[in-house]
Design a binder for this molecule. Sequence first.
Ligand code: SIN
Length: 284
Amino acid sequence: MTVSIRNFETLGFEIQAINLSKPLSASDRIAIENALDRHLVVVARDQHLSDPELLAFSANFGELDPPGPNPYGEPFNKEFPEINVISNVIENGRPIGNLGAGEAAWHADMTYIDVPPKAAVLYALEIPPSGGGDTYFADMFAAYEALPLDLKGAVEGKLAVHDASRNSAGLLRKGYAEVLDPRRTVGARHPLVRTHRGSGRRALFLGRRHNAYIAGLELAESDALLDALWAHATQPRFTMRHEWRVGDVLMWNNLAVLHRRDPFDPDSRRVMHRTQIKGVERIA
Ligand code: SIN
């Protein structure tokens, strides 16, 4: 088996000539890891994976992180609870997955825990025939490097709290109370800037905007700085867009990109299965 990698842009790679349902060779695994480290988003198209095959592929990159709590309080995929289901489909009066058909706002996954997942894998099983639901990624290395000097100074040494109470569609997770004052947000605190351990490159680490708060600042000052950082980091010049096809397996480097998803026709079906690879480092 060979992995051929086609570079679209700095952000995003397509892996070709690979069958991810089969065990990966060590060299294929390393090639994918390197692409993910360097290009942050990696896609392989036309794949056919059962749930156990998706789990086996994902486990090449580390231990799996179970999905965060969802609004309904039990795993969507009861047979394979490490798999998160991202879907708008309702069966027997109950959603089969998370996030519905609306927009999912810019975020990184599970940054409300102390050691967030280092990567995620999203596998497209059903896609709306009329389109919509494209997913966008923003490169946080590029965003940090292009920060105006005053903002670079302002983020230095600062920690922000990352809200655990709501998912990226804005729904309250089971067991969490509404946050009324971001100074009381419940969730992990991380530096606003992360340094890549190998290369020393620095990246913005923003997680999610809703209920975020920068420790030690007045609330208005924190909101103003966060708004400026988010407006900067999500400019189109730092982003790529992925238009889904059934069979796409897309991985992203969760510590180095933000992602968001377009809304789509709520009367159509979109079903994706997702895994998360456990992180191995605190953000520093
Ligand atoms: C997500 O935020 O993980 C979902 C992305 C998508 O539905 O494309």
